[in-house]
Design a protein around this ligand. Structure first.
Ligand code: SAH
Ligand code: SF4
Ligand code: F3S
Length: 447
């Protein structure tokens, strides 16, 4: 069998796509390998969200070229997939002529066909950036035993929101919801293959709708309820939500569906209305706070997390202070924060009042300090609690690993007898774990 090496950058949706590219190519004579040196086919599944992510791909392409040249290896087929592929297309081949194949995030089901063409004539280049009529999900093979206890399912892709800083509407295309039937079919197969937790993915996952029955609303809240009826599935999570799509059915699901974990990733990006307007987020800070208040009314202990961008064009000290204030107000359990990165083709890239890089760094540090402070407090609250944890894997120290209902990583050991022999069989089970200690980014528990 030929060997395939895939490297994935960016968000979880890219990881889902990489798994499915592997599955697809496994069915066409390629075995997935961790060793790039032995690969006949190398795929970089790329991310375009920030400048650094895209540049990383170009430096990796250079590194790959050196690997086969310096070791006198036969040149593998080199493919670039994902969001940089969609955004830059043949520019990638111009900058790195040793790339053979460029394929967009909606077109990768064509990979076997494209690779065959390349294999015949290595001088030929192939580019497919189409958004096909038949969605990719209809041609994926879901029936794979991955051994994973927790796994992703993409249910929604693309975005119509056009936040002025963001490339996603250009790289992933318009909002698309996969059908309820196709999603439930995939999850049932996953459940039969041992998956116990599903993480529903979408750029705006809560914009998901099934429109097959025009007379009845069937939204993410309804889907979660239906997934919870699959006996083998013990835990459900979803990400990423948009404030504008937060409806009451989803909020109520947090109260009514036991298997839905009490965690909500709801990015606000900035605490200043002035900046939210410049970002075209279409909501104010106080509207965001009202949503959080409602969510907490239905699920008091829910962990809230967010994404933040610091240093968007036009961000003043006052705007920045408002971001720090909203962090204190919401007391986020965790968050991601980034320095604004100017992206080609976006509205924000045309704005003046660019924030100085040094100032961006200082602001990022302030935002992160404030976020870390609240995360530490949130984690500390877990000490001495008994939490039900689904064991997903173990690390090399024989510690078991899982996620708390609030999405914290938990390292677990067996009290009195260090888990050494029987731990494998505990993977996939739910243990009642006592939290002994909390850290900045994880918890330590025992059972
Ligand atoms: N759909 C989600 C986010 C998807 S992108 C939402 O609307 O919240 C993931 C995160 O990357 C964003 O939330 C944002 O914080 C960050 N991001 C996107 N574009 C960026 C840019 N140009 N510079 C810095 N961070 C960016
Ligand atoms: Fe990007 Fe905004 Fe769409 Fe999120 S909602 S993917 S930030 S354009
Ligand atoms: Fe990156 Fe594309 Fe995801 S730009 S964050 S890989 S949708």
């Amino acid at each position: 069998m030929k060997k395939l090496f895939i490297k994935t950058y960016g968000c979880q949706m890219n990881f889902y796509d990489s798994d499915h590219m592997s599955n697809l190519l496994n069915d066409h004579g390629y075995e997935t390998s961790e060793q790039i040196e032995e690969a006949d086919l190398v795929i970089l599944n790329t991310c375009h969200i920030r400048d650094k992510a895209a540049e990383k791909m170009y430096s990796d392409l250079g590194r790959i070229k050196k690997i086969y040249e310096n070791n006198n290896l036969i040149k593998p087929i080199i493919a670039v997939a994902g969001c940089v592929a969609q955004a830059e297309g043949k520019e990638i081949i111009r900058r790195s002529p040793w790339v053979d194949l460029v394929v967009g995030p909606q077109a990768y089901t064509d990979l076997p066909k494209l690779i065959k063409k390349i294999s015949k004539d290595s001088k030929e280049k192939e580019i497919n950036l189409k958004f096909p009529e038949i969605p990719k999900f209809d041609s994926l093979n879901f029936d794979k035993k991955t051994g994973k206890v927790s796994d992703y399912v993409t249910i929604q892709e693309g975005c119509d929101k056009f936040c002025s800083f963001c490339v996603v509407p250009f790289t992933r295309g318009p909002e698309y919801s996969r059908s309820r039937k196709s999603i439930l079919e995939e999850i049932k197969i996953m459940a039969q293959n041992g998956v116990k937790e599903v993480i529903l993915l979408g750029q705006n996952v809560n914009a998901w709708r099934d429109n097959s029955n025009k007379s009845k609303i069937y939204n993410l809240g309804c889907l979660i309820e239906d997934i919870s009826k699959i006996d083998e599935i013990l835990s459900i999570r979803y990400t990423t939500s948009h404030p504008l799509d937060m409806d009451l059915d989803l909020i109520k699901a947090h109260k009514n569906v036991d298997k839905l974990m009490p965690y909500l990733h709801l990015p606000i990006q900035s605490g200043s209305d002035n900046i939210l307007k410049k970002m075209n987020r279409k909501h104010t800070a106080s509207e965001y706070l009202k949503i959080i208040e409602l969510v907490r009314k239905y699920c008091a202990d829910i962990a809230i997390s967010s994404d933040f961008i610091v240093g968007h064009p036009g961000e003043t000290n006052e705007d920045h202070k408002k971001t720090l204030d909203i962090i204190n107000e919401v007391q986020f359990a965790s968050s991601y924060s980034f320095m604004y990165s100017e992206r080609p083709g976006t509205k924000s890239s045309e704005l003046n009042e660019i924030v100085d890089e040094c100032l961006k760094k200082i602001r990022l540090q302030e935002v992160q300090n404030r976020l870390n402070h609240h995360q530490l407090i949130f984690n500390k609250k877990m000490e001495n609690l008994n939490l039900n944890i689904l064991i997903t894997n173990k690390n090399k120290n024989y510690q078991l690993l899982g996620r708390s209902p609030y999405n914290q990583t938990v390292y677990i050991y067996e009290q009195n007898s260090p888990v050494k022999k029987n731990d494998q069989k505990l993977i996939g089970s739910v243990l009642n774990v006592k939290i002994i200690k909390s850290n900045q980014n994880s918890l330590l528990g025992a059972f």
